[in-house]
Design a protein around this ligand. Structure first.
Ligand code: SD4
Length: 301
């Protein structure tokens, strides 16, 4: 494939992309690349929306959501996983070692421990302090962009031309206990179809889930749209759909200016698209030996 190895990820993630590229450059599988990439922010205590150091829910618990999908359509997912740093690797174990796609909560933790994952405290001092500060008012409002420190959705194509994707997050800060977002849901936070390409999403999961955002992006590419056109159409569906009325996000608090969704897609030709509701969504591209962070175009300016 002319496009060669390719890695894209949501937000500013050059270190994660480098870890993924290292796998691809030695001829490794896209699946191994995206897992290696996703593990970087998971282990980073300064990334407050993934893994270790992720901001907790309103009860002070760090609960993780992750999923992974390969070129054959195999997939695995964990939701509401506590105490395990590398949720993406647990998701991969669900895919490879169980007959299931998704395992949740207690069961996911039990499964992870049975696979040799270590139980850890994922709440850092600074995340705990931020949560205690938030508790003083406990006003819930979605946060729009947390640039440089955010949920990672990663898509890769290896030297054989095979795609895989990964998505991992601690979810929205101060979410209700038990809340699960789009990130671990195949078709919402992530979708891969090796004959077409792949897509992932970030931002307010509630808006992504009701449009099956990533699946939709891939289906639009199947119908002939470029990745850019596909991402724009997904965002248009969200902002013109029933969950947004007269500029207000009807089922949540606040209006369109308070919510962000970013969609990122790649096709088999190695073309890349990205689009978001508002400015501030960036993504990291590693292609032809170069890595760069690009700003996505947005619906609102
Ligand atoms: C969620 N989509 O839990 C995630 C959060 C996210 O950047 O992407 N933040 O809804």
């Amino acid at each position: 494939y002319a496009s060669g190895p390719l890695v894209v990820s949501t937000w500013n993630q050059p270190k994660a992309n480098a870890a993924a590229e290292a796998v691809l450059s030695r001829g490794g599988r896209a699946l191994d690349a995206v897992e290696a990439g996703a593990r970087v922010p998971e282990a980073d205590p300064n990334d407050t929306s993934v893994g270790y150091g992720g901001l907790p829910d309103r009860d002070g618990r760090v609960t993780l959501d992750a999923c992974i999908m390969d070129e054959r359509g195999n997939c695995g997912s964990v939701t509401y996983l506590e105490h395990i740093m590398h949720a993406i690797s647990v998701a991969r174990a669900v895919m490879e070692k169980t007959p299931h796609v998704m395992i949740s909560g207690e069961g996911a933790l039990k499964f992870a421990l049975s696979q040799g994952f270590k139980k850890e405290n994922l709440l850092t001092k600074s995340s705990e302090a931020a949560w205690r500060e938030w508790m003083k008012t406990a006003k819930y409002k979605p946060q729009v962009n947390i640039e440089r420190h955010d949920t990672i959705g990663m898509l890769a194509m290896d030297t054989k031309g095979d795609f895989s994707g990964a998505c991992t997050t601690s979810g929205l800060a101060y979410k209700m206990n038990g809340r699960v977002g789009d990130s671990p849901i195949i078709g919402s936070g992530l979708f891969v179809d090796n004959t077409i390409g792949a897509a992932c999403a970030t931002g307010l999961g509630e808006l992504v889930m009701r449009t099956c955002g990533s699946f939709l992006a891939v289906e639009l590419m199947r119908q002939g749209k470029t990745p850019q056109q596909a991402c724009e159409e997904v965002i248009n569906r969200i902002v013109k759909g029933p969950s947004i009325k007269d500029g207000k996000y009807v089922d949540g608090q606040g209006n369109l200016n308070d919510v962000q969704v970013g969609v990122l897609a790649v096709n088999r030709q190695g073309e890349i698209g990205a689009y978001s509701i508002q400015t501030g969504f960036n993504y990291t591209v590693s292609q032809n030996g170069r890595t760069e962070v690009r700003e996505a175009k947005s619906f609102l300016s």
